[in-house]
Design a protein around this ligand. Structure first.
Ligand code: OKP
Ligand code: MG
Ligand code: ZN
Length: 343
């Protein structure tokens, strides 16, 4: 299997994540992608290719023009305003207030975000664009006939809405790739999010549509991020009714239970008649992940890959979360090797 990787991911290197009232060293750090790349190499998974440049057009099929412009200029504006640290949103339009984009950078940071866990600094824009190019290059390879491709995206994307960043995400790489499949004539695209967290951005982007089926397996949002979306009664709206599926699990969930949801998801995708599959892949479902609460083990990721391969679909994996850096290389590449038939 080919892997798409951009060294530009390392331009995303913030020093802060607001967590528990402290500015900690971020969980989402450059060594994550380097560790996975090292495993791709040591396992000889396949060729490693650099992304092509796709520009802003495919991004704007999913994200609003104003949001894209905000992300491009945010760091510059923050600095021009004389701020000393990294850009962190602290004000939001609460209930009863107006959802209206103000001029001030503090106001705009709140308007375009869902949380304060995701600081912005120099290079964030460049890395976020490179991550989209990684996903779109993978999509192009799959559309060109590759059975499956591993888009080693960083920063991740599945929490990003059409006009919101947060949860370490800026552009929704998986949604942009799914839309690219649609724009190239694939009639029905399935997105199966196996990251520990709900794929709230992807759900939101396609919520009113029946041409992209969105499914996410995740930790109960009553207990973890993203807190305000991802419940099982969210099934889609209008034309999209019945085309979103959330499968929610409690703390301590082992693979024996998690895989039942995977089975439900795979059957739904088969019924849907998908002609392409995008898999936002997080390995933060791992038993030792520092911010999550499922109990998957490294061999379970081989089984996951095997089951996905049985769908028989052209498949694009986009890398999302996974924060036990010692294990993410093995776990992510295990999914690919399982897909290719390793037991
Ligand atoms: C991104 B991805 C923990 C802070 C959690 C949000 C989690 C973002 C996960 N103290 N911040 O889905 O892996
Ligand atoms: Mg998920
Ligand atoms: Zn996650």
């Amino acid at each position: 299997m080919k892997t798409v990787f951009s060294p530009l991911h390392n331009r995303r290197d913030v020093k802060t994540e607001l967590d528990g009232g402290l500015l900690i060293a971020p969980h989402e750090k450059p060594s994550r992608a380097e560790t996975i790349l090292a495993r791709v190499k040591s396992q000889a998974l396949g060729e490693i290719v650099e992304p092509e440049e796709f520009g802003l057009e495919p991004i704007k099929r999913v994200h609003t023009d104003n949001y894209v412009e905000f992300l491009e200029n945010c760091w510059q504006e923050w600095q021009s305003d004389g701020k000393q640290g990294e850009a962190i949103p602290v004000f939001w339009a609460g209930r009863g207030m107006r959802h209206r984009e103000p001029k001030d950078i503090d106001g705009r940071l709140g308007y375009y975000s869902m949380g304060a866990d995701t600081s912005i600094s120099d290079g964030t824009w460049e890395a976020a664009c490179a991550s989209v190019n990684v996903a779109l290059t993978g999509q192009k390879l799959v559309a060109g006939g590759e059975r499956a491709v591993f888009a080693l995206c960083r920063p991740p994307g599945h929490h990003a809405h059409a006009d919101l960043f947060g949860g370490y995400c800026f552009f929704n790489n998986a949604a942009i790739a799914a839309q690219a499949f649609r724009d190239q004539g694939y009639e029905r695209v399935a997105v199966l999010d196996v990251d520990f967290h709900h794929g709230n951005g992807t759900q939101s982007i396609f919520y009113h549509r029946n041409d992209v089926l969105t499914i996410s397996l995740h930790g109960d949002p009553d207990l973890v991020f993203p807190h305000f979306l991802g419940f099982e009664d969210e099934t889609g709206e209008g034309e999209g009714e019945g085309y979103n599926l959330n499968i929610v699990y409690p703390p301590g969930t082992p693979f024996s239970v998690w895989r039942q949801g995977l089975e439900t998801a795979c059957r739904r995708i088969a019924d849907f008649g998908a002609d392409a599959l995008v898999v936002p892949l997080g390995v933060d479902t791992f038993e030792d992940d520092p911010i999550s609460f499922f109990k998957l083990t490294s061999p379970d990721y081989l089984t996951l890959g095997q089951r996905l391969a049985q769908l028989g679909l052209p498949t694009l994996f986009t890398m999302e979360g996974g924060y036990d850096v010692d294990a993410i290389g093995v776990n992510a590449v295990n999914v690919m090797q399982g897909f290719e038939g390793k037991a």
